[in-house]
Design a protein around this ligand. Sequence first.
Ligand SMILES: [Mn+2]
Length: 351
Amino acid sequence: MRFIHTADLHLGARPDAGKNNSGNREREIWETFERLIGVCEKKQVDLLLIAGDMFHRQPLLRELKEVNYLFSKLTRTKVVMIAGNHDYMKWDSYYRTFQWNQNVYPLFGDRLQCAEFPELGTAVYGLSYHRREIKDNVYEKAKPWKKQKFEILLAHGGDEKHIPVNKASLLSLGYDYIAMGHIHKPGVVEENRILYAGALEPIDKNDTGVHGYVYGKVSEGRVKTEFVPFASREYIHMKLQVNKEMTNLEAKELLKKKIQEMGVQNIYKVVLTGFRNEYTTFDVDTMDDYGNVLEIVDESRPAYRFDKLKEENKDNLLGNYIEAFSGFPKDSVEYMALYEGVEALLETKRG
Ligand SMILES: [Mn+2]
């Protein structure tokens, strides 16, 4: 038996895309989902497990039709899914009345349900959110009913307001595999046994790191899982180290080079750090060469030459101030006071 475990597709979400409109992200999230269906078909996997938040909000009827059409093209794969906190079973949700293709098994009840696949020797269990938040650990009592040899739980949550699960109680339930959703970062709770697939595509600029799905192979009752990177882009928070010699143009070129190395398809948030020349200012508005930088924050600080400054300001407050604090080591409070004070005095002088 082979399965693909995904979660948090958040179809319908519209994350930041950068100036070059690094793809229309909303469209891209749909395309990645289509690509995943293609993988299920090509690999002829037995089960596609969707552990909640397939949609970012209540699905539209036409969206369910699109999704169902894609599912209906699968010649072997059966699809089992639950609703998460984003696409919870609201009283007027189209989830409640939608007629799915025969290879689709929604576990949309608020109590534990089971889809059995005797031909695969597998049973898949799950329950769905019927409201935005569930503060109880409802999985605590969700033991499998020993229907088939291999038993899987689809579970969504893991924070205070969304079913605060814990590893020990999940393990004690006795499932062979628990497919988790809700946390967008992929993660292993228990190796080959309890995994977060993470969001298929990053949904927010703070969803950094690699995104993809979990591929699972079961033989002789043992699961072997593998994380497969699949998203079309990554959000990357980058620190760009500047130095005293660096000019504005040089910093711009360095950023361009770094982005080339890390991938121009990715979307960046950049922070300039380190000490710049005291006469240099970085023009952050002109540094986004590829149009894939959401934000550049200049946190670099001027590297003052205190001797020279003192010399130039012999007869005024700034000069006296530097004189008063001279001779302290760089990691001392006094040096910090010197630095901050000089910065403030120069600011006043310029202003
Ligand atoms: Mn969620």
